[in-house]
Design a protein around this ligand. Structure first.
Ligand SMILES: NC(=O)c1ccc[n+]([C@@H]2O[C@H](COP(=O)([O-])OP(=O)(O)OC[C@H]3O[C@@H](n4cnc5c(N)ncnc54)[C@H](O)[C@@H]3O)[C@@H](O)[C@H]2O)c1
Length: 369
């Protein structure tokens, strides 16, 4: 049996203690073995909560202690976004495996250095979001690869809400809805369509002041964006994101091909399956996914990759490409210019087996009527 991967958690806030750490406990019950051997947060008060809820005694307010700990194999970087780059780089330099929440860095230059470092480092680097791991994403990928909707010509993604009422940093420079939310759609669409070549955006601050943790906060990062992506050959996509959307009722991701359409049920961070229209069939097929795939699944994938000694299928190069698109979205929003995308990456590919039809649940099948 594989050795448990020993984990140091840096950032014990909402997703650290509310999502990743409970998920690691569930994974252990399923035989994906890990142990949280160290935890870190700059807020000292988290110490007792981490001990009581997760039985972790080794708590520090200085992340360097986690990196210096020889018992730590894997560092989870779950801090506010502004700290990701510095901690990720230092953890790779210390020879650790790293999972970093999105984005890997605020700056493209630093992200480029991190990608280079990850190529040389003995540790694997896995950057959130983990959307390409979901069964729904992979089933949609297979349909597209098989040509079920023909050549994809156009696509759209949508993800937004009214915005966090905690974490002032979401609204400070380096925060914003594109880094926090749009990142999922940009990862999904580039994963399915390949690297983008050019972007153009309307992006800005629509709500200049917010109440966060009961305090009035001046919003300093873009909270409202429409991004246009050019994939070459007149293949285009649009991503809409904002802390400006109270509710909506439409699929999170849709792809329009020359022979059909495929659309995701719910959103790419929490997908519930998809609907498929093929001109050749002439009706909509509903493929529900009730597996409740968890958006934290990247840590499961990374633990298994470490135990198997095989690199994760989510690459730092993909995350870098997404970061270039996001930073240029904000630049384009400020300048009104279309901007070329210089980076590229190889999209993840999957086995063609696991035919989605097996799980198909047809809502309208003329053959049955
Ligand atoms: N909240 C969500 O729903 C959600 C979902 C997916 C991903 N994320 C991502 O997860 C990350 C964390 O988000 P969150 O909502 O948990 O934020 P949060 O503010 O609740 O938690 C962040 C924690 O990091 C700590 N921290 C800051 N700097 C640190 C440092 N130098 N060393 C150690 N600890 C430090 C803070 O004290 C805080 O406890 C972000 O990158 C966010 O984009 C959040």
């Amino acid at each position: 049996m594989a050795q448990p991967v020993r984990i140091g958690v840096v950032g014990c806030g909402s997703v650290g203690t509310g999502s990743y750490m409970p998920f690691l406990q569930r994974l252990n019950l399923q035989g994906v073995r890990s142990e949280i051997v160290a935890a870190c947060d700059v807020v000292e008060e988290r110490r007792s909560m981490v001990r009581e809820r997760f039985g972790v005694d080794n708590f520090t307010t200085d992340y360097h202690d986690v990196l210096a700990n020889a018992d730590v194999d894997l560092v989870l970087v779950l801090t506010s976004m502004q700290q990701h780059g510095e901690i990720t780089r230092a953890a790779l330099e210390a020879g650790k495996h790293v999972l970093v929440e999105k984005p890997m860095s605020m700056s493209l230059e630093e992200a480029g250095e991190i990608v280079e470092l990850a190529r040389r480092s003995p540790g694997y680097l896995l950057c959130a979001p983990h959307v390409v791991l979901s069964p729904t994403y992979q089933a949609m990928w297979r349909h597209i690869q098989r040509g079920d909707i023909g050549k994809v010509l156009s696509a759209r993604g949508l993800y937004g809400w009214s915005g966090p009422n905690w974490g002032e940093w979401y609204y400070k420079p380096g925060g914003g809805s594109m880094f926090d939310l749009g990142v999922y759609n940009v990862t999904t669409l580039t994963g399915l369509l390949g690297p983008a070549r050019r972007v153009m955006a309307m992006s800005g601050i629509a709500i200049p002041e917010r109440i966060i943790n009961g305090q009035r906060v001046e919003v300093q990062s873009h909270d409202n964006a429409h991004l246009l992506l050019d994939f070459g050959g007149s293949v285009h996509a649009v991503v809409t994101t904002g802390f400006t959307l109270q509710q909506y009722r439409c699929p999170g991701v849709e792809l329009y091909g020359s022979e059909g359409t495929i659309q995701m049920l719910r959103e790419d961070w929490d997908p519930g399956g998809y609907e498929l229209w093929r001109n050749s069939a002439g009706y909509w097929e509903l493929h529900e996914d009730r597996s409740n795939w968890p958006w934290t699944d990247g840590v499961r994938h990374l633990i298994e990759s470490i135990q198997a000694g095989t690199p994760p299928i989510i690459t730092p190069e993909h995350a870098y490409h997404v970061l270039e698109i996001m930073t240029k979205t904000m630049e384009s929003g400020n300048t009104g210019q279309a901007l070329p995308i210089e980076s590229t990456f190889t999209p993840p590919s999957f086995e063609m087996e696991g035919e989605p039809e097996e799980a198909a649940h047809l809502i309208h099948d003329p053959a049955r009527e």
